[in-house]
Design a protein around this ligand. Structure first.
Ligand code: GDP
Length: 171
């Protein structure tokens, strides 16, 4: 399929927050409840339409490389969007966001667009991080913000598309 733009995303955040699940739901429209390391995607791609133009998204997961220092600089080369994910039911994953943002900022190019994602919004009864806290942190770091559920598909499409719209607005 031909496309007008090719945008590369990197998805970062602690282990278990749902990075692979978000990519899988977006690119393949499947969700697996049980964590299985072998189904973790390292790469996904999908063509979307924005203002009538085809935009190809290439999405890289950091599966198995969650140690901050192990993610090499080259990973970030030519990356347009950084999706930084935490789990709304695990406050520790939210606390680590600043470190992930710093790492991406230090390694990425100056035009990198950040989207902060509070995933697992379907687990409302187990929520440890409020929507307002997420929004506040996003503002502090000049990031877009959204809450998603890779399980119910809530805001999944929106996450990837909104990031692309913001990136293309800067072009
Ligand atoms: P990763 O290590 O960040 O790539 O996380 P995974 O995508 O492997 O997900 C970790 C676990 O959380 C798996 O058991 C998923 O099924 C589960 N999970 C991921 N996203 C969601 C979600 O939105 N809601 C719920 N309830 N579980 C999720």
């Amino acid at each position: 399929m031909s496309y007008a733009y090719l945008l590369k995303y990197i998805v970062i955040g602690d282990t278990g927050v749902g990075k692979s699940s978000l990519i899988m739901q977006f690119t393949q429209e499947v969700f697996r409840d049980k964590h299985d390391i072998t189904v973790g995607v390292e790469f996904g791609a999908k063509v979307i339409k924005i203002n009538g133009q085809s935009v190809k998204l290439q999405i890289w997961d950091t599966a198995g490389q969650e140690d901050f220092r192990s993610i090499v600089r080259s990973y970030y080369r030519s990356t347009a969007g950084a999706l930084v994910v935490y789990d709304i039911t695990r406050r520790d994953t939210f606390k680590h966001i600043t470190r992930w943002v710093e790492e991406a900022t230090n390694n990425g190019n100056s035009t990198l667009t950040f989207m902060l994602i509070g995933n697992k919004s379907d687990l409302e009864s187990q929520r440890e991080v409020s929507y307002e806290e997420g929004l506040q942190l996003a503002k502090e770091h000049n990031m877009l913000f959204i809450e998603t559920s890779a399980k119910t598909k809530h805001n999944v499409e929106q996450t990837f598309c909104q990031t692309a719209v913001t990136i293309l607005d800067k072009v």
